[in-house]
Ligand binder design. Structure first.
Ligand code: SAH
Ligand code: SF4
Ligand code: F3S
Length: 435
């Protein structure tokens, strides 16, 4: 019998992408073949996100289309993975008849068996599988596509329970992986030809292991031979220590970029969000960071339209944006997530007002981000080369230490480190010749 071909599609954040690589590894070890051709696949897996209603609607739409295809592709097996799978569980069976199984983010070890059962003719028996609460996928080596950056999870789950957020409900309690495992995974990635590593966690600053905290871990990973660049996401402001700032300031392979979600500039709203800091606390951290790390690119997440948010609260967020001078920002409208603490509050900011506020945040952030790129014109920056430019075969693209996209004329190889002089800003990218 020919080997079973599996197509996997992943939505959501970097953690979900990393999980996709774990799934690929588990299936590969069991003899399944991963394919990029959806049309000829025997099994289609959709790895979903649940963070906003829109993310779920997209995934549901995709699953409905696949379930409909099963009428003509009778043998096709369709499985739902990821955060929406855990969020909606058995409800998915009623919403979309035809799905074969639903597997939460901590239950992927069971996937090969589940798929085999379906192929053996147990189709039609719907399964929901909830994972082990302490799962860290020890000894599952992620199977990555080729590239420059390798994701390495240092922890799973989240205990912060920001009142708007579904993640702690779908990814369970926070647990750290052992430093030995993390280091060995980074060493493997480097040996496989990935010069850049990004350490992942919902709140990396609360990483904990006996006698070792996150800045210590960073120090250990930074020493790994052959590693050219080390990044990490996401940092939570309430847990960002001076020790981390000092570690980042030591430079070396540590990139000069930090993603530090602020969410809001209104203390009233931050409190209702259960974020554990005030706007003044946030700005104090920003001052320290900017002073300690020259050329730092500070990025953030901002959320408008939280229940009870007024124009005044929004103005305070705009003030915070101006004072923090974010180099880039991801901006969102509040989306009520059933089951979260905030869902008990009335979602009282009208959609039209949310859109207006979102646009105001976007306009300001765009302007700051443009200014931040312009400031680099004339500067010498180091670029880690990634890919030939899709627009011009005589140029390559890469990323600077502050994680900006740069375009460099010439011929390079992936993973090469070059210094360029920035001549101009082209759209969202820097452009300059090698020096
Ligand atoms: N652990 C990370 C990522 C969380 S999800 C962190 O703490 O930053 C990424 C972003 O999605 C969040 O920072 C927040 O801005 C946004 N988000 C989370 N829940 C949301 C919701 N219910 N509606 C709109 N945006 C949300
Ligand atoms: Fe969600 Fe807050 Fe945890 Fe981030 S820290 S995943 S926003 S609960
Ligand atoms: Fe990530 Fe979405 Fe889950 S943001 S953790 S894939 S809910």
């Amino acid at each position: 019998m020919p080997a079973t071909k599996i197509y996997l599609d992943t939505y959501g954040c970097q953690m979900n992408l990393y999980d996709g690589e774990l799934v690929t590894s588990l299936l590969d070890a069991d003899g399944f073949i991963m394919t990029h051709d959806e049309a000829s696949a025997d099994v289609i897996l959709i790895n979903t996100c649940a963070v906003r209603g829109h993310a779920e609607q997209r995934a549901l739409g995709r699953l409905r289309t696949l379930a409909a295809q099963k009428r003509t592709r009778r043998e096709l097996v369709v499985g739902v993975l990821g955060c929406m799978a855990e969020n909606l569980r058995e409800n998915l069976r009623d919403q979309i008849p035809g799905l074969d199984f639903v597997v939460g983010p901590d239950a992927y070890r069971q996937l090969p068996n589940l798929i085999q059962e379906q192929l053996n003719g147990h189709s039609g028996t719907f399964h929901y599988v909830h994972g082990a609460p302490n799962e860290t996928y020890s000894e599952v080596p992620p199977l990555r596509r080729e590239g420059v950056n390798a994701w390495v999870a240092i922890m799973r789950g989240c205990d912060n329970f920001c009142s708007y957020c579904i993640v702690p409900y779908v990814r369970g309690r926070e647990r750290s992986r052992s430093p030995q495992e993390i280091i060995s995974e980074v060493e493997t990635a480097v040996a496989q030809g990935f010069p850049e590593v990004t350490l992942l966690g919902q709140n990396v600053n609360s990483y904990t292991w006996p006698d070792l905290d996150f800045p210590d871990l960073l120090g250990r990973v930074a020493e790994i031979k052959g590693l050219k660049r080390l990044q990490f996401i996401t940092s939570h402001p309430k847990d960002l220590s001076d020790k981390l700032i000092n570690r980042m300031a030591s430079g070396g392979v540590l990139g000069a970029s930090l993603h530090l979600p602020a969410q809001s500039g209104s203390d009233r709203i931050l409190k209702a969000m259960n974020r554990g800091y005030t706007s003044a606390d946030y700005l104090r951290i920003v001052d320290k960071l900017r002073e300690a790390i020259p050329g730092l690119a500070l990025t953030t997440d901002l959320l408008c339209g939280f229940p009870g948010e007024t124009q005044e609260d929004l103005c305070q967020t705009l003030d915070l944006i101006r004072q923090a001078r974010f180099d880039d920002a991801f901006t969102f409208k509040y989306s009520e997530r059933p089951g979260t603490a905030a869902a008990k509050l009335e979602d009282d900011v009208p959609e039209k007002v949310k859109v207006e506020r979102l646009e105001r945040m976007i306009d300001l952030c765009r302007q700051l981000s443009h200014e931040s790129r312009q400031k680099l014109v004339g500067r010498k920056v180091e670029v880690l080369i990634e890919n030939p430019s899709p627009k011009n075969s005589a140029e390559w693209t890469g990323r600077t230490r502050c994680d900006r996209v740069a375009i460099v004329p010439g011929n390079f190889h992936r993973g090469e480190s070059v210094t360029i002089k920035v001549a101009e800003v082209r759209g969202f990218s820097l452009w300059g010749n090698r020096i």
